[in-house]
Write a protein that binds this ligand. Structure first.
Ligand code: NAP
Length: 248
């Protein structure tokens, strides 16, 4: 229970990988703010699951691509837990299409949801974390941000951007005892990947040395480690959780 007494915010924590992370942080004793955008039903369910684990949680609606909404989310976390120890920038989306056909709105939406959201939430979270002289930030990037993926220029750019953001911020705030790391999942079955995995699941497994798809728990364990005091001397790193698909 190494996260007892810690307060965590997980953006997009109601469903998929975010829910897995929220539950794992709670299992280790953290109080969790489950952020959602459009699915209050899923967020309420996640909060109930966390309470069943014996931890405390609230659901907070915020479109984290918007700075003012992200600021309200962080304020709600402070009001809830009295402090903020862990921020997981997990919210993300895709609008896959070849660049030649990609509308500007799909480029802008993906960059705002996946990358600007990290600026919005991290900037707001820095104030309380710097005051406390303690913080753990974990940004969810992707194998697509490491190796690129045809049909995903917007998504890959947002996820590669998150890696540069992670390393730069880690250098800025290390002196305040705040660590900033990234986790790069491979293909994990969730609502986000349902459609694409239907088409490429066999190929994806063939390209994975460990020979299987990942699970939300695989990702959540890595995030929980980086969010814990066991990872106190690790910052600016990208931890791949992809069964060996992309070896850096
Ligand atoms: P998912 O099941 O589609 O869940 C996405 C989550 O993001 C939802 O909870 C959604 O909230 C939230 N979200 C989207 N836009 C938001 C916004 N503007 N403000 C706040 N929340 C927002 O996707 P997932 O597979 O769990 O993906 C989670 C993260 O892992 C993403 O960053 C994704 O890029 C990354 N990732 C996934 C995979 C994979 O294979 N699944 C691989 C590598 C990286 P609502 O439902 O409330 O709208």
């Amino acid at each position: 229970m190494q996260l007892v007494g810690k307060v965590a915010v997980v953006t997009g924590g109601a469903r998929g990988i975010g829910r897995g992370i929220a539950l794992e942080l709670a299992r280790r004793g953290a109080q969790v703010v489950v952020n959602y955008n459009s699915r209050p039903d899923a967020a309420d369910e996640a909060v109930q699951l966390i309470k069943q684990l014996g931890s405390d949680a609230i659901a907070v609606q915020a479109d984290v691509s918007q700075l003012d909404a992200a600021q309200k989310l962080i304020k709600a976390a402070i009001d809830f837990g009295g402090r903020l120890d862990i921020l997981v920038n997990n919210a993300g989306t895709t609008r896959d299409m070849l660049l030649a056909m990609m509308p500007e709105s799909d480029w802008d939406l993906v960059i705002a949801t996946n990358l600007k959201s990290a600026y919005n939430c991290s900037k707001a979270a820095l104030k309380p974390m710097m005051r406390q002289k303690y913080g753990r930030m974990v940004n969810i990037t992707s194998v697509s941000g490491l190796s690129g993926n045809g049909g995903q220029t917007n998504y890959s750019a947002s996820k590669a951007g998150l890696i540069g953001f992670t390393k730069s911020l880690a250098k800025e705030v290390g002196g305040r005892n705040i660590t900033v790391n990234a986790v790069a999942p491979g293909f994990i079955p969730t609502d986000l990947t349902n459609e694409i995995l239907g088409k490429i699941q066999e190929d994806a497994i063939k390209a994975t040395p460990l020979g299987r798809m990942g699970t939300v728990e695989d990702v959540a364990y890595a995030v929980a480690f980086l969010a814990s005091d066991d990872a106190a001397f690790i910052t600016g790193q990208v931890l791949s959780v992809d069964g060996g698909m992309v070896m850096q």
